[in-house]
Each structure stands twice: as structure tokens, then as C-alpha cells.
Ligand binder design. Structure first.
Ligand code: FAD
Length: 315
């Protein structure tokens, strides 16, 4: 039986939705056990990971943001695990590459899916601005997979695992670097861009007015994105930028409003589930990659979309 260790992504002790996606994927590969870095999780958090199939929660008192320490902690909690699944983020990619170096495991990050083929883990990745799909088979005894948020639908297990806490101790390894200060950057309310299930982005076509884009994003429970031109204009902060130099997003729904669809922008959103665009120019390149496109002004189209969604929800 394949044991799959899942590094649980949590924010201030609350399990994130991508962590539940990782547990769902892990169930398709074998039996999931959760690995929790940080102080002991709440009973609710333990019950939740149990609902998604974890039989154990291995708790290591280690800080996620110290990648060397986190890699050692994750390594100590692996025991019998044949496969390790993490949600691909800047931090976890550093952790798993260190872990792979230390343990000789094969690693693939930014995968969009994984399955067992001929007894080995095989991953799917969408690469080069979503122009190629690549399958990679990991040949080592232990495989590490970093999975992108929003690529697996989180579904509770038919038979919930009765998760129990198993404390794991690890010595803090000697490191060659030391974090001297950590200061969180002020973030707006709402879902972080990289893991949002819906992203509504506005570009130069907004003329700097993000009220409608924000209203639609909030209505759909999503995050606000932007093109680089919009962030360069100072209309919205750089943390909202989607694309080659911005954040790569793979939401189930991506709405591009007043964005032309330059290659640098597409590189960061082309692998989204359904792409909808709103643009005045019917020849804008964004239409080539959209599942649904509306030719018109975002100032006319978005209010109509908002009204229809509200009407629909009202019943
Ligand atoms: C090295 C490099 C890296 C880059 N990285 C990125 C990146 O990560 N992300 C990124 O986004 N860009 C990036 N860029 C910039 C990129 O090439 C484009 O310049 C940028 O994406 C264009 O932004 P835009 O679509 O908002 O503006 P434009 O290309 O000017 O498009 C505006 C669109 O809005 C439409 N429009 C105007 N008014 C309305 C309206 N009322 N309603 C609806 N539509 C309207 C227009 O028809 C037009 O299609 C990069 C460039 C370089 C050189």
C-alpha cells in the first residue's frame, strides 16, 4: 500500500482549501497521512484533514518559512511515505527541492495532476505559457510532487480518516543562512491571488477604475488580478499582477477585462480552467485563448453580468 505524506498548508492554524485539494489528490495515489509544521493544530483542523482522508497528523514544531529547517522537519515526518505531496508555492518549492537533494527523491513541482502508472508516480504539467502538456514519470523509490492550487477539486473522503496526532521531533539543522527579520507585507482582504478559484483581472481598458472588476471578483468569491500595464500605471499594486513577471494563476474561472492578451500576460493565466474575456477590440489576441468572449466595453458588460448573477442567485 502506498503511503502519501501531505504537507498541510495552513494560515494561522486554519487549513487552506489547497491543502484539502492536496489531500484529495493524495487519496487517488494511496493512503494519506498529514504532516503539519508548526504548533499543535486545533481539534477542528485535525477533524477536517481526517474528513479528507488523513489517518494521522504528524506534527513537527518547525517554521515553514525557514526552508532548511522545514525541509529537515518534513523529512523527519516522512517515515514510511513513498510519495510526498505539497501545494506548489514559492516557499514549498524551496522546501521540497532541499528535501529531494537530501534524500535522493525525485521531484516535480508545479504539476497539474499526478497518478500511479506501472507502480510509479507520473505527473502532468502545463509548461511554456501553457503551450505544452508534459508527463513526467518519477523513477526513484520516493516521489515528491508539488501540485498547483485549483488543479484538483477538493472532495471529502467517502470514509473519513480518524486522524490522530503523532508528535515528531527534529533537531534544528545547522544552516549557512539565518533569517534576521520577517515582516509580513500588508495584504488586502480576500483570497490570495495564486490560490483563488476565480480571478477577475483588469488591464489598461479599465482606465484605472477597478470598482467593477473588484465588485465582480467579490461576487464570485475570487481575487482581483491585473496586467502589468495597469500595475505600472500605479492603478493597482504589483501583488495583483498576473503573467510572466507576475503571479501564475490557474483558477477554475479567469475573467480578463480590458486586457489585450499579450504573450507575457497569457503566460501566467493560460492554464486556467475557463477563460472569459471582455474587450472592445474583436481582434485582441485574448479572444484566441478564451472559451467565451464578449466584444464590448467592460463598463457596459460587467454591470450586466453582475445583475444577471444576482438575479440568478435570487432564484
Ligand atoms: C519582459 C516583459 C515581461 C512582462 N511581463 C508581464 C506580466 O507578467 N504580465 C502582464 O500583464 N504584462 C507583462 N508584460 C507587458 C505585456 O507585454 C503587455 O504590455 C501588457 O500585458 C499589456 O497590458 P494590457 O493588456 O492591460 O494593455 P493593452 O495591451 O494596452 O490592452 C488594453 C486592452 O483593453 C481594451 N479596452 C480598452 N478600453 C476598453 C473597455 N472600456 N472595455 C473593454 N476593453 C477595453 C483594448 O481593446 C485593449 O485590447 C511584460 C512585458 C515584458 C517586455
Amino acid at each position: 500500500m502506498t503511503t502519501v505524506a501531505v504537507l498541510i498548508d495552513h494560515r494561522d492554524g486554519e487549513v487552506t482549501r489547497p491543502a484539502l485539494e492536496a489531500l484529495t489528490l493524495a487519496r487517488s495515489l494511496g493512503t494519506p497521512v498529514a504532516v503539519w509544521l508548526g504548533s499543535v493544530p486545533s481539534a477542528d483542523a485535525v477533524a477536517l484533514v481526517g474528513d479528507y482522508g488523513a489517518t494521522e497528523v504528524r506534527v513537527v514544531d518547525a517554521e515553514m518559512r525557514l526552508a532548511g529547517h522545514a525541509a529537515a522537519a518534513l523529512g523527519a515526518a516522512l517515515e514510511d511515505a513513498d510519495v510526498v505531496v505539497v501545494i506548489s508555492t514559492f516557499v514549498t518549492k524551496e522546501i521540497v527541492t532541499r528535501l529531494a537533494m537530501a534524500t535522493g527523491a525525485g521531484v516535480v513541482v508545479d504539476a497539474a495532476g499526478a497518478e500511479i502508472v506501472d507502480g510509479r508516480v507520473e505527473t502532468v504539467q502545463t509548461v511554456f505559457a501553457a503551450t505544452w502538456n508534459v508527463r513526467t514519470r518519477i523513477h526513484t523509490e520516493r516521489a515528491i510532487v508539488g501540485i498547483r492550487p485549483n488543479t484538483t477539486q477538493a472532495v471529502p473522503a467517502d470514509t473519513p480518516g480518524d486522524a490522530v496526532i503523532v508528535p515528531v521531533t527534529v533537531d534544528r539543522p545547522a544552516t549557512r543562512e539565518r533569517v534576521v527579520a520577517v515582516e509580513p507585507v500588508e495584504r488586502g482582504a480576500g483570497v490570495p491571488l495564486a490560490e483563488a478559484p476565480v480571478v477577475v483581472s483588469g488591464g489598461r481598458g479599465t482606465g484605472g477604475d477597478y470598482a467593477l472588476v473588484t465588485e465582480l471578483a467579490e461576487l464570485l468569491g475570487g481575487a482581483v488580478g491585473a496586467s502589468r500595464d495597469a500595475t505600472d500605471e500605479g492603478w493597482i499594486s504589483h501583488e495583483h499582477m498576473v503573467g510572466q513577471t507576475g503571479t501564475t494563476v490557474t483558477p477554475a474561472l479567469y475573467v480578463a477585462a480590458g486586457i489585450s492578451g499579450a504573450v507575457h500576460h497569457r503566460g501566467g493565466m493560460q492554464a486556467s480552467g475557463t477563460i472569459v474575456c471582455i474587450n472592445l477590440d474583436p481582434d485582441a489576441p485574448i479572444f484566441e485563448i478564451s472559451d467565451f468572449g464578449v466584444v464590448g466595453s467592460l463598463f457596459d458588460v460587467i454591470p450586466q453580468a453582475i445583475a444577471r448573477i444576482r438575479e440568478h442567485r435570487a432564484g
